[in-house]
Design a protein around this ligand. Sequence first.
Ligand code: ATP
Ligand code: MG
Length: 246
Amino acid sequence: MNLTELEQTLVLIKPDALKNSLTGYVLSQLSEFHTALRFAGAKIVQVSQMLAEEHYAEHRGKGFYPSLIEYIRGNVHYPNEPDKRRVVAFVYQGPGAIQKIRDIAGPTNPHNARDNKPGCIRALGTIVPIKDEAGNFLGDRMDNLIHASANLGDAEREIKLWFRPVDIPPLMRLYATVKCQEHYYLKNNQLLTSYEQGSLLLVAPGDIVWQSDLEALQLLHKGLPSPCSIQTVAAKYLINESTEND
Ligand code: ATP
Ligand code: MG
């Protein structure tokens, strides 16, 4: 099987879809019958601040960024029910997976989606004006129900951010993995290789990890430049671990 056959994409069912009971609808739109794609991974994630910031790193500094982070964390749709704040994350695999799911999701802006692609998933989304405390209009928040990776590079970054290798069956893993030989802990945004009070375990000897994560941890621990930050690696290995670090 060639790499195009194995193409993978990350799909997130966002908190507005969960709140409106659209999970089943979205999954049926993406079903193997309609798309010829298969699940390679699935998980329910309570989205930490660190994970939200890593996922939407490309939007840091934009006007809508703070509300986007609140939205993906579920704080907007479940302000008083923290236990319901979650996202459902999937890896879909198969020929043309990225473009197929982008097409079914539709345009980013739900109003455009309704106008230009009626019937797509995001046509069921909404736009909410963001205002400051004085009521001044700051911009829009686009509640568009679903995230889908935009291209091969984003798909790799995002799948490695949301999924550990062991969340994906061995024969469905697309990216290189290695067996970890060391402990790595996080404490106050610093990497440690031995336990200190208050540190959080990221990976331990024997864990199967993405090779790129282990290479990054080794470089970062030596204080050398790395293709990604401590937070990028830590965000995933702490998924659903603890809320203390939020
Ligand atoms: P996603 O990454 O969620 O699949 P996308 O790739 O279609 O969506 P991006 O440009 O990556 O769009 O934006 C990520 C998310 O940020 C969007 O889904 C939307 O919720 C929000 N967003 C993007 N652009 C704007 C904007 N101009 N104003 C408000 N929110 C925006
Ligand atoms: Mg995007």
